[in-house]
Design a binder for this molecule. Structure first.
Ligand code: 0GY
Length: 294
């Protein structure tokens, strides 16, 4: 590991999970970072990550008993998707990607990303991670990638939901919109809180809005026990079984409270998707439909 990360490095030796995921399972939210000497971090990044190269990600995938990855471009690489493309090309059919785009991306650049296996663009609203982007810029990008059949991934925190709702609903009128990390609820309020019910309503009223039931490590107040997050994820899986995705979030940038053990994160899956049928939808059917078109 190189650089001077300003948060805890990822777990060096995650446990083998007790939960055996079904053959073909997809880790639908993870990242590659660097290595910085080949893929430098963005000069305006808000944090400096540990290098987390593709080889480590693929080794983790195998160790956890997963088959495929959806690699999400993170803010520390800005809109330079080179490390992502490199990882996608190395993975072949075993990975798909979600990019971050600059407003002046050319059609040829979009084509290169599409050929590499990128299937979406991420709009990040988390203020500690990015400077704000006018919504018109995002709307323009959404329209440009629509013709490629891409979807939108959005990352925001729960206090921003009401403000973003009209924007999200408008995007979702004719494109899939995937909300990262359950819209980042404040789990201290409980899964029956007005805040979380508002998020559930967003999905209920918008059949094109999906979510990732991921990142208990960031949401929990009880690290490394994630039991306070389980009711949130479980409710989403049960109410919207066809529109949920799961991911490790490896290598867990910006974790300061504890170092998540990825094996322990996998062991949360049967607690949030409590039947084999729900597990198959969460880990295979849904991500395969959205990212592999099958
Ligand atoms: C995540 C979460 C984080 C970081 C990013 O783009 C990013 O840098 O997404 C975070 O710090 O919450 O999903 O990886």
């Amino acid at each position: 590991m190189t650089m001077d990360p300003d948060y805890l490095p990822f777990h060096p030796n995650p446990t083998k999970p007790s939960y055996v995921s079904p053959q073909g399972a997809v880790d639908a939210h993870c990242h590659v970072f660097g290595p910085a000497d080949r893929f430098p971090y963005h000069p305006k990044r808000k944090y400096t990550p540990c290098d987390a190269p593709k080889e480590e990600l693929f080794a983790l995938r195998d160790h956890l008993g997963f088959s495929r990855n959806v690699i999400v471009q993170a803010s520390c690489h800005g809109s330079d998707n080179a490390a992502l493309v490199d990882a996608l090309e190395a993975a072949g059919d075993l990975a798909r990607g979600v990019s971050v785009l600059s407003p002046d991306v050319t059609d040829d650049e979009l084509k290169v990303l599409d050929n590499a296996g990128v299937k979406g663009v991420r709009f990040n609203f988390v203020k500690r991670l990015v400077d704000s982007t006018p919504k018109e810029v995002f709307i323009d990008l959404a329209n440009r990638v629509k013709v490629l059949g891409w979807h939108i991934v959005v990352y925001f925190e729960s206090p921003d939901l009401e403000d973003l709702r009209p924007f999200l609903e408008s995007l979702a009128s004719d494109q899939v919109v995937v909300v990262d990390h359950m819209g980042r609820p404040d789990v201290r309020l409980g899964a029956n809180s007005d805040e979380f019910l508002a998020f559930m309503r967003l999905l209920e009223q918008n059949p094109n809005i999906w979510t990732k039931v991921s990142c208990p490590e960031r949401l929990t107040q009880q690290a490394p026990n994630y039991s306070d997050v389980i009711p949130f994820a479980r409710a989403l899986v049960e109410f919207f079984p066809e529109r949920v995705l799961w991911g490790t979030d490896w290598p867990h940038p910006n974790m300061k409270s504890h170092v998540p053990d990825d094996g322990a994160l996998v062991d949360v899956i049967p607690l949030i998707a409590v039947t084999e049928e729900l597990q198959n939808k969460l880990l295979i059917d849904n991500p395969m439909r959205l990212y592999w078109g099958s």
